[in-house]
Design a protein around this ligand. Sequence first.
Ligand SMILES: C[S@@+](CC[C@H](N)C(=O)[O-])C[C@H]1O[C@@H](n2cnc3c(N)ncnc32)[C@H](O)[C@@H]1O
Length: 277
Amino acid sequence: MDPVQVNLGGVPETLLWNLYQRATEARQDHPVLRDPKAVALVEAIDYPFAARFGSGELGQWQALRAATFDREVRRFLGTHPDGTVVALGEGLETQFWRVDNGRVHWLTVDLPETVEVRTRLLGTATGRQSVAAVSALDPAWMDQVDPRRGVLVTAQGLLMYLQPAEVHGLVADLAQRFPGAELVLDGVPPWFSQRTQAGQMRTKQGYVTPPMPWALDAAERRRLLAIPGVDEVRDLVPPRGRGPLHGWVAPVVNRSARVRALGLTGLPILRLRFAAA
Ligand SMILES: C[S@@+](CC[C@H](N)C(=O)[O-])C[C@H]1O[C@@H](n2cnc3c(N)ncnc32)[C@H](O)[C@@H]1O
């Protein structure tokens, strides 16, 4: 197969960073996340991954983040085996193939230029998989969801790129449209958000992370909980990884409510539950 050209910029290009990190981890002897499809995608894409992003030093960190989302999807499918997972800003995530139980319904929601790339690389979504090529902020995608079998919405690596008012509006819309559903999301701490907005987050190779205006700390958790229809906001702790940092330090730090309150954890991941109708 000829290498596939991918020309993305701005926020959509960040999906290649995530994919590359996951694939780098998946190539390890004992990966924290098995993801052969991510490896195949990186091999198929004509893009200077190493020249832009380095050698994938954050692979394990990224894979543990994805593993936390996988755990939530599997937990949801345990009680809703033929429920609907809506993956907002899915990019080239290969989660469907990691968690598919043969019954789940899956809706990918992403921007048109990203959906075009996803379709070229992963094929047209058919059967239990479908796609909405619109912004997550466009409520049109919600009409594609049949809520009767249960709904889990994920937003992995998306909300930090939105404005705070957009995040709050989206959460309010989801709570109203999908009573009883859950939303799993991740964010970045305020210091990280500030650095991206100052253009100071760059790889050694010169790739500059786009601005991340939405930050997640204790005050923001309270704001999310105050949104009408949000019943519960729960912190999720990633699984234990390999080595001193991911095997010992991160698990202790991520479990500390005080560290979380200070916005110092590297991996704030939350599950929101919406009030039932
Ligand atoms: C960092 S990537 C995350 C991709 C994937 N979720 C992952 O974790 O590998 C950000 C993704 O958000 C998408 N995106 C950016 N703005 C969006 C919006 N308003 N609505 C839906 N998707 C958006 C981009 O196209 C890209 O796929």
